[in-house]
Design a protein around this ligand. Structure first.
Ligand code: FE2
Length: 429
């Protein structure tokens, strides 16, 4: 029996999975709280508009001789890299640019960038762009460290920590991350999500070794973002802060990041949507996204992301658009199981009335997300989901969720029902 088939069998039994998750989740959450600073490679964070000009200093300090910059064509053509490139040119620091990253970065993207890294004799990496470019960059670092293993092999369940467990940590090149959107938190996380277009699925490669060593949060790079992109990335940051906070994996340090992240989105999104060039508010959204990444690292995730990973990969949809639709539906379905924690987050971030009941506060948090969607044009449903795909999507969700410490456990039939809710089948019921 394949490992994934065995997981599906256990996962579909419901209760067993819940008790395992509680034990493992509480243990892992506690461990992360105590050991995070020792387990995860430290990361320098440089904040401020224009700070990407100093990327070169970071690369030189690390002993880099030639960088491969991994980005997408639009950013390259719009000149968003210029501040960073001018800094490199001024120091005569050599670089090559791979600008072929797609919105959902593919195995082909990673392989093409890896080939360029070798051909150009690079020794360090810069992931420049949204989560796609940074994830592609992190995945390339894994290929550099372990060229004999494919992304598909590294992204399977047994491929967790494929670099660290093989002792190839020292072969991972120095990585700088420069996010140009404020949402994914990929600059902070220890995972990379890569699409396999042949099998219509996404692989999550997880390894602490590929965590970028220096991050530049430069709000001036995001001032030209269309409002829709700003909105869908911000709601993604909110989801990263929310999912772990309500899981068995929660812990005090992770909670602090989560509360800070949601609060920063809540307090700054309106200003940025009104004026995309508001650098103070933009910088705060960049910080919010980073907080979301930290929250993900420390408290992991729940069902919202597995739903969005599979739906996004299957129909080639933007991640944040999926998140905006899926998050309120899943949180509502979790119901009383998560209400006390959701209420706590809602009050701590100023979203809910502190005098209301826990159940009411949780509802106010969900309503805040729905209002966010409506106000900033994020679709509340995903009508692209097809009947004939329900089983395949459900299986993929059940495999991915297996390792997450979520409090509610769904059977295959319950997931299929939720997929229909997400599609909008009961919208007017
Ligand atoms: Fe996300």
């Amino acid at each position: 029996m394949r490992l994934e088939d065995a997981i599906l069998k256990i996962a579909d039994s419901g209760e067993v999975g819940r008790y395992v998750k509680k034990g493992v989740g509480v243990l892992a959450g506690g461990l992360m709280d105590i050991a995070f600073p020792f387990l995860i490679p430290t990361q320098d964070v440089v904040e401020g508009p224009g700070s990407s000009a100093d990327v070169v200093k970071s690369l030189k300090r690390a002993g880099g001789k030639k960088a491969l910059i991994i980005t997408d064509k639009t950013l390259h053509e719009l000149g968003i890299l210029d501040t960073m490139l001018k800094g490199m040119d001024a120091e005569n620091f050599p670089y090559a640019i791979y600008d072929g990253v797609e919105p959902n970065p593919s195995i082909e993207n990673v392989e093409a960038a890896f080939d360029m890294y070798k051909k150009e004799a690079c020794d360090c990496l810069v992931g420049f762009g949204g989560g796609s470019s940074m994830d592609a960059c992190k995945a390339v670092s894994c290929r550099v460290a372990k060229p004999e293993q494919t992304i598909k092999q590294m992204g399977r369940l047994m491929g967790y920590f494929p670099i660290s467990f093989s002792g190839a940590n020292s072969k991972v090149p120095y990585i700088v991350a420069v996010p140009t959107t404020a949402g994914t938190g990929a600059e902070s996380t220890v995972a990379a999500v890569i699409s396999d277009h042949v099998e219509d699925r996404k692989y999550t490669v997880t390894d602490i070794s590929m965590r970028p060593r220096t991050v530049f949060l430069d709000a001036s790079l995001a001032t030209g973002l269309p409002p829709r992109v700003t909105a869908v990335t911000a709601i993604d940051a909110v989801s990263h802060c929310t999912e772990g906070f309500i899981s068995y994996g929660r812990n005090p340090r992770g909670d602090e990041w989560a509360i800070k992240g949601v609060r920063l989105v809540k307090d700054n999104i309106e200003a940025v949507m009104a004026d995309g060039k508001d650098l103070t508010a933009r910088q705060n959204l960049c910080t919010a996204a980073y907080c979301g990444g930290q929250s993900l690292n420390m408290e992991t995730t729940g069902y919202i992301h597995p739903f969005c990973h599979k739906i996004g990969a299957k129909y080639n949809l933007v991640h944040g658009r999926c998140i905006g639709a899926v998050m309120p539906i899943i949180l509502e379905d979790y119901g009383e199981v998560v209400a006390p924690r959701l209420a706590k987050l809602a009050v701590a971030t100023g979203i809910a009335d502190p005098n209301a009941s826990e159940s009411e506060q949780a509802k106010q948090y969900i309503q805040w997300i729905r209002d966010f969607d409506a106000k900033y044009g994020i679709d509340p449903y995903i009508p692209e989901i097809r009947d004939e795909d329900l089983d395949e999507i459900a299986d993929s969700i059940m495999v991915e969720i297996f390792v997450y410490p979520n409090k509610k456990v769904y059977t295959r039939d319950e997931i299929k029902h939720l997929l229909k809710v997400i599609r909008g089948d009961y919208a007017n019921a």
